[in-house]
Design a protein around this ligand. Structure first.
Ligand code: NAD
Length: 246
């Protein structure tokens, strides 16, 4: 493993435009489980609570589950070594941006500035009618479903539900980064969620080197990965921090 870490350190220091592409796995050591897999959220909850049609049909039921999953559970999480490394690497100029599938706001909490949130962010709500935005506060969930303070229509978390499109600006910036980059560090992403999984694929098509940090092989591993570091994100980035002195 130390050989591979040294190669990754050298790639990062010498890259022209490195980016990170992160999925649910980067936040597992912060206490947020992925959706799928053995301890996944979908073992406890029905994924239909994030289906946009179901949300409109049964807003109260959907909101009760959403509150528990994303605000009581996710809300307590703090960034781990992996989020902190990426933020420090951006300050050093080694990472230009983070494209994330996550909605947990942990990259921003760690200090990353250039974050393209492919699936939105749970810390904001948006009105399904007048598109008024509000930040989540302690009082937000006193009465469910959450209604818009402006027009009293149904509000939803400002992240992408099943059946919704990707936010245009995040999509455009992520694709632009995928075309510019010469090095992608893929962290904790299985590569099953489309169109997000297009980002590392597009980068590879444009000649980028792909490094993967994940305890398991993924859909990317055989197809496009040049260096797979098999390990937990927090632990791998802690070693890399030691090696690179950041
Ligand atoms: P995913 O497709 O993002 O894959 C999860 C990956 O994480 C798997 O490959 C797994 O091997 C890997 N992993 C597990 N523990 C790890 C660790 N400690 N270090 C590194 N990698 C680790 O997962 P999904 O849950 O099916 O996600 C579906 C969608 O929902 C994605 O867009 C995802 O980002 C989003 N989601 C977001 C959050 C969050 O905001 N934290 C949580 C769950 C799901």
């Amino acid at each position: 493993m130390s050989d591979k870490l040294e190669r990754v350190a050298s790639l990062l220091e010498n890259s022209r435009y490195a980016i990170a592409f992160t999925g649910a796995g980067i936040s597992v050591e912060s206490g947020i489980p992925p959706f799928r897999g053995e301890n996944g959220i979908w073992n406890k909850y029905d994924p239909k609570v994030l289906d946009i049609d179901y949300f409109f049909q049964k807003p109260e039921v959907a909101w009760m589950a959403i509150k528990e999953i994303f605000y009581e559970f996710f809300g307590k999480a703090i960034p781990n070594e992996a989020h902190l490394f990426l933020a420090n690497a951006e300050r050093k100029g080694w990472i230009k941006s983070v494209v994330t599938q996550n909605i947990d706001n942990l990259h921003q909490l760690a200090g990353s500035k250039e974050v393209y949130e492919f699936h939105g962010n749970a810390q904001k709500l948006v009105c399904t009618q007048c598109h008024f935005h509000s930040a989540v506060s302690e009082q937000t969930f006193d009465v469910l479903p959450v209604l818009c303070p402006e027009c009293h229509s149904l509000m939803k978390p400002d992240f992408v539900f099943f059946g919704e499109g990707i936010p245009q600006m995040a999509y455009d910036k992520s694709m632009e980064a995928a075309r510019q980059t010469d090095l992608v560090i893929v962290v904790g992403a299985l590569g099953e969620v489309m169109p997000a999984a297009m980002i590392p694929l597009e980068a590879k098509r444009n000649g980028a080197t792909i490094v993967e940090i994940n305890p398991e092989p993924t859909n990317f591993t055989k197809q496009i990965t040049d260096i797979h570091i098999s390990g937990k994100a927090g632990e791998v980035f802690k070693s890399l921090s030691g090696l690179m002195n950041i």
